[in-house]
Design a protein around this ligand. Structure first.
Ligand SMILES: *Cc1c(COP(=O)(O)O)cnc(C)c1O
Length: 379
């Protein structure tokens, strides 16, 4: 079945005991057994919960994956992937990562003797220079956050296969509607479900999707053993939100395109980062691996110091100044002091995250109101 149909129906059958069309919120920690070990497939809710299971089947279906696991946050999902590794193992990743991923890699896992190489992934061939006998994992984000660089997933997958490495893709910015990394050869897809998949800024959740049965068993073991599993109420909220993922994404893309084109010709703007522009360095790759270009846009303000940038960031009426992205409402964020504050200034600026950069998550409001709001804030 097609994406829109799967978004609404995958993993969900009417409740067998009542016929309820929506999967009930199984708000229970444990399940009664007839005799020891004799139960209906559910024993303790950290391991398995029916509401969560329906959501996992739905997310797996949208990523064309055999298996999915939901976590209590996106970071919980990333944590589980890195726990596949052992001390001495090495990871090759981008120099333009989500700030929280960078913080976890450098502040938590480097202490446990896992080594990370943060490199320029605009040309995937760069990866080869950093591969050695300890390398186990390539971790990429595309589009990247906040400068919207595009990483060639199929090219990374080819390198990973040749060297027997895992390729994991953080697919949060694209959502499964725009891009399906497993189809391009990735081994693991990670989502901050908090963002586009849930879509309503009311849940924190993460997910991993895989095809390989053995890799799934390893991740499921870490999932249950380490315990970053989400509750049934949050699973229900995401099941509800996911039903409109395709509709929301269509509008995010349409509004995103209009906002990007408007900003590109605005006199207060020095630069607009959006992969849909033909002069974006990896536009062709974006075109080939994504269905459309999404609603995430970053801008560099012309001749603006930190004070001026703060003033602009605080003068919106429809856009809200907040961390996060992917909800129905438009958000504006100042990466240097908000989402990316944990990255040292020199590294941050080298990756283009300068003090006068603002990131927009273009929502699904009326485009006329969004453009009017930008226009009044940018003067
Ligand atoms: C938000 C985000 C995460 C972390 O997810 P949480 O749900 O906030 O834990 C990871 N990667 C990207 C690209 C994100 O935007």
């Amino acid at each position: 079945m097609k994406f829109a149909t799967r978004a609404i129906h995958a993993g969900q059958d009417p409740d067998p005991s009542t016929g309820a069309i929506m999967t009930p919120i199984y708000q229970t920690s444990t399940f009664v057994q007839e005799s020891p070990g004799n139960h209906k497939g559910f024993a303790y809710a950290r391991g398995k919960n029916p509401t969560r299971m329906a959501l996992e089947k739905c997310i797996a279906s949208l990523e064309n994956a055999k298996h999915a696991l939901c976590f209590s946050s996106g970071m919980g999902a990333i944590d589980a992937v890195i726990k596949l590794l052992n001390p001495g193992d090495e990871v090759i990743t981008g120099n333009d990562l989500y700030g929280g991923s960078y913080r976890m890699f450098t502040k938590v896992f480097e202490r446990m003797q896992i080594k990370f190489h943060f490199i320029d992934l605009n040309n995937a061939e760069n990866i080869r220079k950093y591969i050695n006998s300890n390398t186990k994992l390539i971790w990429v984000e595309t589009p990247t956050n906040p400068t919207m660089q595009i990483v060639d997933i199929a090219a990374c997958a080819k390198i990973a296969k040749e060297s027997k490495l895992w390729l994991a893709v953080d697919n949060t910015f694209a959502s499964p509607y725009l891009q399906n990394p497993l189809d391009l050869g990735a081994d693991i897809v990670m989502h901050s479900v908090t963002k586009y998949i849930a879509g309503h800024s009311d849940v924190i959740m993460g997910a991993l999707c895989v095809n390989d049965n053995q890799l799934f068993e390893q991740l499921a073991f870490i999932h249950n053993s380490c315990g970053a599993t989400p509750g049934p109420m949050d699973s229900f909220l995401v099941l509800r939100g996911i039903k409109t993922l395709h509709l929301r994404m269509e509008r995010h893309c349409k509004n995103g395109r209009a906002v990007a084109n408007f900003l590109a010709q605005h006199s207060a703007i020095e630069k607009v980062y959006w992969p849909g522009f033909e002069n974006h360095p990896n536009h062709k790759i974006a075109q080939s691996q994504m269905k459309d270009f999404g609603g995430m846009i970053s801008i560099v303000l012309k001749n603006a110091n930190l004070e001026k940038t703060f003033k602009v960031a605080s003068s919106f009426n429809v856009f809200s100044l907040a961390e996060s992205l992917g909800g129905v409402e438009s958000l504006i964020n100042h990466p240097a002091t908000m989402t990316h504050a944990s990255i040292p200034k020199l590294e941050r600026e080298a990756a283009g995250v300068v003090d006068n950069l603002l990131r927009l998550s273009v929502g699904v409001e009326d485009i006329d109101d969004l453009l009017a709001d930008l226009n009044q804030a940018l003067i």
